[in-house]
Design a binder for this molecule. Structure first.
Ligand SMILES: O=C(O)CCC(=O)C(=O)O
Ligand SMILES: [Fe+2]
Length: 224
């Protein structure tokens, strides 16, 4: 996806907003560096185990709270038992700026205003060229505050569906490096997924020479 052709902010569905090229290259580089650090520990990045015995094709490391289907805990009982890294204050600020950007031109009831949005967990997903994410709802949180998603590296196909079924109707868009996507308001619980990563489309200047990094910030709604 050429960075020379600007893509406009688009509300894909009420509360589901795509802000292309929201992160600067410098911010993407800083996030890649931070994520590399978190990937090594205290809880190393791994393929999340699924209840039926399989593993997810993406690799995930969490901040603030550790996610596994279908719960958030402070410690990673399915990895090494250690407490996950703290959710940094600067990421709360980034989340607030993201909501301001996403909802500025498309005000939608999003169950929260940008200046009070306080995400307390992030799932950092790494996709190699073969990784995918099936259609799912983000519903392990006890809060309906928006989910803020940042993408770095390879471009992917992001499928935004409906709240009723994991099948059609859905809209496929491309998420490229630096793009922001927010799922909030009436779209907070839509099924969504990543059916394809376009391998080799990343700009190595982000520091990520292959694959795709996605960071989703969420409000767990769990007590401190
Ligand atoms: O990789 C993405 O863009 C989406 C990730 C996602 O849906 C999730 O982590 O729940
Ligand atoms: Fe999700």
């Amino acid at each position: 996806m050429s960075a020379l052709i600007p893509r406009p902010t688009t509300e894909i569905a009420p509360g589901a907003v795509h802000v292309p090229q929201w992160l600067t290259l410098e911010q993407q580089r800083e996030l890649v560096t931070a994520c590399r650090g978190w990937a090594t520990g205290p809880v190393p990045i791994r393929h999340t185990r699924l209840p039926r015995g399989g593993v997810m094709s993406v690799q995930t490391v969490c901040l603030g709270w550790h996610w596994q289907p279908y719960q958030y805990t402070r410690t990673a009982g399915d990895v090494n038992g250690r407490r996950v890294a703290a959710f940094p204050d600067w990421m709360v600020e980034l989340g607030r700026r993201a909501l301001t950007a996403a909802y500025a031109d498309a005000p939608t009831a999003a169950d929260c205003t940008p200046d009070t949005y306080t995400p307390d967990t992030a799932l950092i997903n790494f996709y190699d060229g073969q990784a995918r994410m099936g259609m799912h709802q983000d519903k392990d949180e006890r809060s309906s505050a928006p989910v803020v998603s940042l993408s770095i590296g390879d471009t992917c196909v992001f499928r935004v569906g409906n709240t009723e079924t994991r099948t059609k109707p859905y809209t496929d868009i491309e998420l490229a490096s630096g793009d922001l996507f927010v799922l909030g308001g009436p779209s907070r619980y839509v099924f969504h997924g990543v059916p394809k990563v376009h391998e080799g489309t990343a700009d190595p200047a982000t520091g990520l020479t292959s694959g795709r990094l996605n960071i989703t910030m969420r409000v767990t709604g769990l007590p401190g």
